[in-house]
Design a protein around this ligand. Structure first.
Ligand SMILES: [Zn+2]
Ligand SMILES: [Zn+2]
Length: 164
């Protein structure tokens, strides 16, 4: 993992933020863009409830965070952005870079991003040969290669299970 000054990727963070603000997820609003090897935007998405306006009631409300993602009607922004890229720019996904922004309760980007934790996204990022992942914060952003990102996502859960 490499710590990046968020100013250096400000342009991408701003796009992610404006996309996240349009999210209809009640729990946490996310924005993701995928940029190809040459820096061109090839996909963008927020987390999107499928088949309903909002995920309400969310069946995960009383469940532990990070578990039973399949019960939420919202597809994760990473997943959705990858699916759109597969549909619209399939030849440009390999070696691309994914940027992720999460808004806090106040609707702003937090100073620091969280740690990798979503294995259902990390494994499809890896599967599609996306090269790098930025988890973006307002001050600092964290850069991972997708293999590392996937491993750390699994480690997060192994740690919670006391299996590390
Ligand atoms: Zn939900
Ligand atoms: Zn996810």
């Amino acid at each position: 993992m490499e710590i990046i000054n968020s100013n250096d990727i400000k342009k991408y963070i701003e796009i992610c933020t404006s996309i996240a603000k349009l999210s209809k997820c009640k729990k946490s609003k996310r924005g993701v863009i995928i940029v190809d090897f040459y820096g061109n935007l090839i996909s963008q998405a927020n987390n999107l409830p499928v088949g309903v306006d909002i995920c309400d009631p969310c069946l995960r409300t009383d469940l532990e965070g990070g578990t039973h993602l399949e019960l939420c009607r919202a597809i994760h922004a990473e997943d959705y952005a990858i699916q759109l890229a597969l549909r619209n720019n399939p030849s440009k996904i390999k070696n691309s870079t994914l940027y992720h922004v999460k808004l806090d309760k106040g609707g702003e980007v937090g100073k620091f991003p969280g740690d990798p934790s979503c294995t259902s996204c990390s494994r499809i990022i890896l599967l599609n040969e996306i090269k790098d992942v930025f988890l973006c914060g307002r001050l600092e952003s964290y850069l991972y290669n997708s293999n590392e990102f996937n491993n750390l996502s699994y480690q997060f859960h192994l740690g919670k299970m006391g299996k590390l």
